[in-house]
Design a binder for this molecule. Structure first.
Ligand code: NAD
Length: 284
């Protein structure tokens, strides 16, 4: 079968001269044995960006799908993340090599510190190792995930190097307006994790009404809202029909009334996942 053409995904400029696609597939909780199949299905739908992490234990499956795809390296955009237990300068260098061996890549597009884990006291050392890997051209862009303002400020104060991106929980019920305003001031791209709120907003009446109006699905409306908000989205699905459906977010526009209605769904207590100030490693 000829390789299908890639989706027309807009790109956002990063503060290091590179650019990131706004849309891709996340593979958290995809079992290793299913990962190559799921990522191949996404490639078949025209996806080219994949978001994995050492902690997801499925980088090998992503690597297998990349190898089997025959796609040009430059057409792909691969993100992985440094796990808390590997934080520290030398252990970051080692963890990066282990991830790259599994992914089968000679350079990575974006490497993220998965959590600040401030109680470990090592995220600045990890960041310094990532700055070195970027200088050595092993990584195009370096960023963070789950960083609060205070954690970002420490990186800036201690290294002067601003992350290209911060991947944080963001969906209609938790819109992170304050952090996004800070990102805009610092030139940090915001990536939305759990962009569908892990499915919680798919039957929200306001979303359903907008979906009916545009003859789209609720998932497509939510993902479209992220795109029009200038965010990078990485929805997860293991179902080829949903992987295809989610890509339909690229093909329409929301109007000002739709955007205003979704804005009202924001809740101060809507955060999913642990508090980054408290979270170190599971069980620690
Ligand atoms: P998500 O918001 O993408 O929701 C995923 C769930 O929604 C799926 O399990 C599926 O059941 C459902 N779904 C997907 N498409 C659908 C559709 N079209 N119709 C109906 N249901 C649909 O949640 P997520 O997996 O938590 O987040 C996405 C990605 O974000 C992850 O895979 C991962 O790459 C990333 N992430 C990062 C962090 C971090 O700490 N950096 C944390 C969580 C997630």
């Amino acid at each position: 079968m000829p390789s299908p053409s890639q989706l027309a995904v807009p790109r956002l400029a990063l503060n290091d001269g590179h650019a990131i696609p706004q849309f891709g597939l996340g593979v958290w909780q995809v079992p290793l044995e299913d990962t190559a199949k799921v990522v191949s299905a996404a490639f078949d739908c025209g996806y080219r960006m994949i978001d994995t992490a050492a902690a997801y234990r499925n980088e090998q499956g992503v690597g297998d799908a990349i190898k089997a795809s025959g796609l040009k390296r430059d057409d792909l955009y691969i993100i992985t993340k440094l796990w808390n237990g590997e934080q520290g300068h030398d252990s970051t260098l080692k963890a990066f090599d282990a991830s790259m061996a599994k992914l089968g890549l000679d350079y990575l597009d974006l490497y993220l510190i998965h959590w600040p884990a401030p109680r470990l006291g090592k995220f600045v050392d990890s960041w310094k190792a990532m700055i070195k890997l970027q200088a050595d051209k092993r990584i195009r862009s370096i960023g963070v995930s789950n960083f609060y303002t205070s954690h970002l400020q420490r990186l800036l104060d201690e290294t002067g190097v601003t992350p290209a991106a911060n991947q944080v929980p963001l969906y209609p019920g938790y819109q992170q307006r304050e952090l996004r305003a800070l990102h805009a001031r610092l030139g940090i791209v915001t990536q939305s994790w759990s962009p569908l709120g892990q499915g919680r907003y798919l039957d929200n009446p306001a979303i359903a009404a907008i979906a009916r109006k545009h003859a789209k699905t609720p998932a497509q409306v939510i993902l479209r809202w992220h795109l029009e908000s200038g965010l990078v989205v990485i929805p997860k699905s293991v179902t080829p029909a949903r992987i295809q459906e989610n890509a339909g977010a690229l093909g329409f526009t929301l109007d000002a009334d739709d955007m205003a209605a979704i804005a009202t769904l924001d809740r101060a207590d809507g955060r999913l996942g642990p508090d980054p100030d408290a979270f170190t490693v599971p069980g620690a």
